[in-house]
Design a protein around this ligand. Structure first.
Ligand code: SF4
Length: 347
């Protein structure tokens, strides 16, 4: 047997959100690209195709399958200290120039990246998660492209099974968001810029659908946290930070906002990493705009990672880097003043 014959290859299965058209065409309604695919054609994402007039996906598969902390997704208001069986198949609907996961996410867009995923079965993954007390998460590439796997995991888990989490770019149609919302306990969505032009330059895609997905999933009852990388000249100016903060505070000031440091990677070797002073300033602006929970993973030390009661300022959850050190919440409330602090603390 040659090495070549054992290399993983995409395995294609029926996909959701395909709308049949004339002459065997099918339109994919998963993301706003709305690819109109002739028979034999593959979408912009390279992981969905038209096969004999039916939409197919190759993402009921995983290149990555490992356990890590829920804080690492990052989720700071979902089962503190919980562990997540994290899955990823190749593919993304964005082409971010700084993507640290480009060897996975840019499959089909970057010619040097090969398929590395092997098929997975939702029932097997749920059984493992149940046995080990894990949540289930999709991350590293774009989980929306694995919507069929997500629906399968939620179905296998049932109402009392492991929660399903996404770390997503939020680039979904309304139909896709509505379809997946009942399957998701929580989602962390990247809002990578405040304005359309820099967002398009950075990701290759418009910003507006991302904001609509945040709004739609939250309205559907999914727990939502938001992450913004502070990228010099893209998203780190005072005006940019204020614009995102005001939009988020207008939606719900209790939505946790993670401000993360930009680190040069992939095609973006400049500028330098975000300075801690910039993160500190952004966190201050976010609080001034009314955001109750603003987080920075590392650059601002333990204070940047703690959850404090928005009413009496008692520290209710203390975190290290990607771990929970202490959780003093009492049934989701502050132990000092009994204010409810929104989250999915005990899923
Ligand atoms: S998910 Fe893929 S195939 Fe579907 S519309 Fe988006 S880019 Fe096109």
């Amino acid at each position: 047997m040659t090495a070549e014959s054992t290399a993983p290859r995409p395995v294609w299965e029926a996909a959701v959100l395909g709308r049949p058209g004339p002459d065997g065409h099918v339109t994919c309604e998963l993301c706003p690209e709305a690819c109109d695919l002739a028979p034999g054609q593959t979408g912009v994402c390279a992981v969905r195709r038209n096969h004999d007039g039916a939409l197919q996906t190759s993402t009921s598969a995983a290149s990555v399958q490992h356990v890590d902390a829920v804080e690492r997704k990052p989720f700071f208001h979902v089962r503190p200290g919980g562990r997540v069986l994290t899955l990823a198949a190749p593919g993304c609907t964005f082409r971010c120039n700084y993507c640290v996961n480009h060897r996975l996410s840019q499959y089909g867009r970057d010619a040097g990246i090969s398929w590395t995923a092997r098929p997975v079965q939702p029932a097997d993954l749920v059984a493992r998660a149940r046995a080990d007390g894990l949540m289930l998460g999709l991350s590293y590439a774009e989980p929306a492209l694995a919507i069929e796997l997500t629906l399968g995991l939620a179905e296998a888990a049932g109402p009392d099974g492991p929660p399903v989490l996404w770390k997503s770019n939020g680039y979904l149609t309304a139909a896709a968001a509505d379809l997946v919302a009942p399957a998701l306990t929580a989602v962390n969505i990247d809002v990578k810029a405040a304005r359309e032009a820099p967002h398009r330059r950075l990701t290759g895609a418009p910003l507006a659908p991302v904001l609509r997905t945040v709004e739609r999933l939250r309205a559907a009852g999914v727990w939502v946290e938001v992450t913004t990388p502070l990228i010099p000249s893209v998203s780190d100016s005072d005006d940019d930070v204020r614009a995102i903060a005001r939009w988020l505070a207008g939606l719900d000031p209790a939505i946790p906002w993670h401000l993360v440091r930009f680190v040069p990677d992939y095609r973006m070797r400049r500028p330098d990493p975000t300075a801690p002073e910039r993160l500190r300033r952004a966190a201050q602006l976010a609080r001034e705009a009314g955001i109750q929970q603003v987080y920075c993973e590392r650059a601002l030390g333990p204070d940047g990672r703690s959850t404090r009661c928005p009413r009496c300022d008692t520290r209710v959850v203390e975190r290290g880097v990607w771990e929970t050190l202490s959780d003093d919440l009492v049934a989701g409330t502050c132990p000092a003043c009994h204010t409810t602090i929104p989250g999915r603390w005990s899923v």
